[in-house]
Design a protein around this ligand. Structure first.
Ligand code: IPE
Ligand code: IPE
Ligand code: MG
Length: 266
């Protein structure tokens, strides 16, 4: 990968890129894109203008992730709980999604990005469903970045859907033992690695029903930056912080392991 593609020479972004270890990147980054409403308020604009402003952040994040060579990027765009919002706001979000699918499809194919929508998207308006079907099928053979966008998504609903499908398969005589590996194969993210890094913008310290099963050992990075202000620079900062973390997965850190060996041999 060419570091030059990632940032303009002489910029703060380039300084960050220089510090990144490109051989130790997270394979899967998931992002809770939050703070559009607060961004709009602080700019004297309406909430929907905040959502519109967030599209540029989505575009830059996808582009940088593809250039970095990440395996998977998952963006949380609309939760099952977001239906509680005013009708006009929901309508605008659905329209932004349609616009995205229409305008970006060509670019996704050109950049070898495979799109998958996570969530109960078949329940959405037929006009959205047909655009999703088209975008997924036209990018199905792309072998670069796997881009997941979570829409009408709920982590609990995902686990319920997986269980229902397992029961349906049983009824057809295709039963298997249920273990963690089996359940993983029935999730929307089947076949994909779990997120290594979860980023949440706008400072909220919660997971809001996102990828509940998949984030069991994910590193979490919360930034105060509001989503419409998020660009690749913030992505690089999150990755840098991730690269300073020690992941233990319930075991011992390398330091603790060494102490143990020193004590045993000494
Ligand atoms: C995130 O921004 C976008 C969606 C949830 C769709 P918000 O709309 O939640 O923004 P805040 O949290 O009100 O600032
Ligand atoms: C999470 O943000 C959902 C998305 C980013 C799509 P919310 O703004 O809906 O989450 P809460 O309500 O603050 O937990
Ligand atoms: Mg919010």
């Amino acid at each position: 990968m060419n570091k030059l593609q990632l940032a303009e020479p002489g910029t703060a972004d380039e300084m960050l890129v220089r510090k990144l270890d490109l051989n130790a990147l997270p394979g899967h980054i998931a992002i809770i894109m939050d703070g559009n409403g607060r961004w709009a308020r602080s700019h004297g604009q309406t909430r929907v203008e905040g959502h519109r402003a967030g599209v540029a952040s989505v575009r830059d994040t996808i582009e940088a992730s593809a250039q970095l060579g990440l395996e998977v990027l998952t963006l949380y765009a609309f939760s099952v709980e977001n239906w509680k919002r005013p009708r006009y706001e929901v309508w605008t979000l659905m329209n932004l999604l349609k616009e995205f699918l229409l305008k970006e499809l060509e670019g996704l194919v050109k950049n070898d990005i495979r799109l998958k929508i996570l969530g109960r998207w078949r329940e959405l308006d037929p006009s959205v469903v047909s655009l999703i079907e088209r975008a997924e099928s036209e990018t199905a053979d792309c072998g670069g970045l796997q881009l997941n966008i979570a829409i009408n998504y709920s982590g609990r609903a995902e686990i319920v859907d997986a269980c229902r499908q397992i029961v349906a398969d049983w009824a057809q005589g295709k039963g298997t033992d249920i273990d963690e590996e089996t359940l993983g194969r029935y999730l929307y993210t089947a076949g994909q690695p779990d997120p290594d890094l979860l980023i949440r913008t706008s400072g909220e310290m919660r997971v809001s029903n996102f990828l509940l099963w998949q984030i069991s050992y994910t590193e979490i990075f919360v930034t105060e930056t509001l989503w419409p202000d998020f660009r690749r620079g913030q992505l690089f900062e999150a990755i840098l912080e991730y690269q300073s973390r020690v992941r233990r997965f319930g075991g011992l850190s390398e330091d603790a392991e060494r102490d143990l060996q020193d004590n045993q041999s000494g």
